[in-house]
Design a protein around this ligand. Structure first.
Ligand code: FNR
Length: 367
């Protein structure tokens, strides 16, 4: 890929609002597990800081051909799509983020209620701690505020090497009444994380076992380093039918875990590691038969449109929804509405009324 990541400005985001989680104490030294409550709070606190964003938008390198004569009525544009057997009002997913603490519970409820009002899909963060401590399950249980939209359960795939199996995956799905289970792939995060779990050997067949055993689809997802064609093909060979790119370009888990490990230099070496999201979309799309979710650094409705034109079926975002979710469902709704407006303006200026047409729009790389 030609775009060169630029260093982000070292400017912290505005101070989180009153309902945001309080700053957590620093993590223990490398190798020492940090208490889970601290880790979740630290992830939210650090992810809210602008300096944890890569600072390069790889979608800026792509350009649509403007239609000065679109020949459509703006009001006739319908960005709706089908996902997991449900109709979405827009091709959007709020990507998995959190759970396990009171602050995380509030974030999840705000995200879920906002998603329901807007008719888009929503994911929850890793449910591992709720499997270990059922008292934490309620921090993920948001079905009552999101009865109709696709709700995605979440576990780390590496947990399949640390005691989790079919039973626990099923429990995670049933715990929240999920429409699908995301198994996230995060080798870089685990490698830098002080308490990281790094045995990724033999995971692929175990992912396949889960995909075959569960009554709902299993989605394989990175968390910010992207999925290659080779990885997507291997996953497809194991029965995975939905892949979320979560490519590089947005939230940098290398930076977040580098900060938590007290080793900013290590985080910086790997801050831009991975497959830029536009490239990952094309690579995963090249593998036949997959539903492709584009995520990782999408920041507005124009990025969403470009992701769809590059071959994605759906677009996911985490960071853009985090700050609004610390405030209220209304802030989440406003954010979704803004993204949908941007997407519709783009569709209007391309002269396309549906996502199916948008996916055939001409997109040029380079200036
Ligand atoms: C995440 N992400 C994430 N992903 C996952 O599969 N399980 C998880 O538990 C989490 N936890 C989490 C916490 C926070 C605070 C953030 C911001 C993100 C990763 C997320 O779903 C997404 O893949 C990446 O953040 C890249 O997308 P953005 O942020 O660049 O839009």
């Amino acid at each position: 890929m030609s775009p060169t990541p630029v260093s982000p400005p070292i400017a912290p985001a505005p101070t989180p609002q009153a309902t945001a989680p309080a700053a957590a104490p620093a993590a223990g030294p490398a190798g020492q597990p940090a208490p889970e409550r601290d880790r979740k709070a630290e992830h939210i606190r650090l992810a809210l800081e602008q300096r944890m964003q890569l600072g390069a938008n790889y979608f800026d390198d792509y350009h649509f051909e403007h239609a000065a004569l679109p020949e459509i009525d703006f009001d006739a544009i319908d960005p709706g799509v089908d996902f997991l057997g449900k109709r979405l009002a827009a091709p959007l997913l709020i990507s998995s983020m959190t759970g396990g603490t009171a602050a995380a519970a509030l974030i999840n409820r705000n995200l879920a209620a906002g998603a329901e009002r807007c008719g888009i899909a929503v994911g929850l963060g890793s449910q591992r701690k709720a499997l270990e401590d059922p008292g934490k399950a309620d921090t993920f249980q948001v079905r009552e505020v999101a009865p109709s939209v696709p709700l995605l359960a979440n576990l780390g795939a590496v947990q399949l090497n640390y005691g989790l199996g079919i039973r626990e995956c099923l429990q995670a799905v049933e715990m929240i009444g999920a429409d699908a289970l995301i198994l996230h792939l995060n080798p870089l995060q685990e490698a830098i994380q002080p308490e990281g779990q790094r045995d990724f050997a033999g995971l692929l067949p175990k992912i396949g076992e889960i995909a075959r055993a569960l009554p709902v689809p299993v989605i394989a997802k990175e968390i910010g380093c992207g999925v290659s064609a080779a990885t997507a093909r291997a996953l497809a060979g194991q029965g995975i039918r939905i892949v979320d790119t979560a490519g590089v370009g947005g939230t940098s888990w290398a930076r977040i875990e580098g900060e938590r490990a007290g080793d900013l230099d290590l985080g910086e070496v790997f801050a831009g590691w991975g497959i830029p999201t536009p490239l990952s979309i094309q690579q995963v799309r090249s593998v036949g038969g997959l539903t492709v979710i584009a995520s990782g650094g999408l920041r507005n409705g124009l990025d969403v449109a470009k992701a769809l034109a590059l071959g994605a079926d759906l677009a996911g975002m985490a960071f853009p929804f985090l700050q609004p979710a610390t405030e209220s469902p209304e802030r989440v709704v406003e954010k979704v509405q803004r993204i949908v407006l941007e997407l519709k303006i783009c569709m209007f200026c391309l002269g396309v009324k549906t996502v199916a047409e948008l996916r055939h729009a001409k997109l040029r790389k380079g200036s």
